[in-house]
Design a protein around this ligand. Sequence first.
Ligand SMILES: Cc1cc2nc3c(=O)[nH]c(=O)nc-3n(C[C@H](O)[C@H](O)[C@H](O)COP(=O)(O)OP(=O)(O)OC[C@H]3O[C@@H](n4cnc5c(N)ncnc54)[C@H](O)[C@@H]3O)c2cc1C
Length: 408
Amino acid sequence: MDYDWDIIVVGGGPAGLSAAIRTRWVKRYKALPCSTLLIENSHMAGQAGWHGSIFTGPSWKIDPGEIVRNLTKDIDILNIPVIKDMVVRIESDGEVKKVHTYDGRVHSALAVIIATGIKMLVNERDFLGKGLNITSMGYEAIVSELRTLLKRCWEPCLIVVGSSKLENLAPLIRSLNKGGSDLLFVIEGKESVGGHNDTVHGFVKGYWGEGRIQGVHIMTGQGIRDIPCGAVLLEFNSYELRPTSGAGVWDNLFDSPFIEVDSDMQTSIPGILAAGDVTKGGYNSFSRAVSQGMIAGLSAYRYVYKKKMGVEPNLFAYRPTDFELTEDFLEIPTIGDELRPKILGREGEIMAVLGHNWSWLSGKLTGFNSISDIAAEKVIPVEALKKVLTDLVEKKLITFHAKKGPLS
Ligand SMILES: Cc1cc2nc3c(=O)[nH]c(=O)nc-3n(C[C@H](O)[C@H](O)[C@H](O)COP(=O)(O)OP(=O)(O)OC[C@H]3O[C@@H](n4cnc5c(N)ncnc54)[C@H](O)[C@@H]3O)c2cc1C
């Protein structure tokens, strides 16, 4: 069983960030961490990185930017690699899951956490207030918002982007178009709906412009189209009704637009978890995304541990100090000779911990050689090597990948 990562998290919004952190921030004393990859197509923080998104209560408001800054800082501190790319497909090939990206690469893992929100983001953030308008969540204000925007004539056209649910709003937008702008509706999603000649089906690949929006790159079935425009309206309500992030990415795995999960954020496919706006049955919000991400991260950790070690990890989040430990309490499980050490830390940190006598080992912590292979090559006792490796695990600088199927 070969795989690149223990866990791949798709989507770097609040749900994906907190999930990725939780797979590595295993607070239990001396716990075995996971190797985790995060893939995000746009800026980190997802929708929560946009102004307008606020974490609120009746008498308080917190700018999620503050929380997101801490989440991204932790991604960095925990040395979680981030790939900026678009995930185009996720496959569940038995034990190993495969994540395909737009650049043609395939990343494999024991578990995948889908945290793709309601829409794949591109570079919207760069053009907010610079020709890119978004409708506020909820339809209460939409008519007055549309009236204001459509009072002007936008040259060469106004592009309205939404999911397939935008079709329902298109007649209203056409009728309110008092400025006489040429309109172009971009419907994102797999379903083919409507037959209007002012409508294009495809996905936004990016927005362009110098200082202000000047056009949209759209991926269509016939290739990329570059369409100039004077302004863009992103109709967010349509995505809340029908998310587009799943279109093509996981529609081979789940057949509803939102993903159904249990209370551990586990989907119907073992080893595939989901968190945040992409999940079914909730009120899309920042706090829900963060808390679901945290649960998904911990559940994925437990799933991977069981796969590799053949036993459930201990339930304690912290080492219990006020009562006797039971006989079977595992801090770090017995580390089998077949496991392959896999680097998690930074080269300098690892070298410092290893010291001069063991410095050669840092070059071996790649995940290619098993513990017994490394020991045989250097003619050192396996038990001595395991002690050093256990020390690196305690410091969360390495983890292990299984060489062959689940160990028992
Ligand atoms: C304007 C606005 C105002 C809001 N106001 C509030 C508010 O006041 N209070 C509140 O609680 N919530 C608010 N929200 C909602 C809140 O921001 C979201 O509920 C929250 O961000 C959801 O987090 P998430 O991680 O599930 O998804 P997202 O934040 O959407 O993150 C998902 C990430 O996944 C990435 N992604 C998707 N598909 C792919 C793919 N195929 N490949 C690679 N990456 C992918 C996306 O680019 C995105 O970065 C607001 C949202 C908006 C847009």
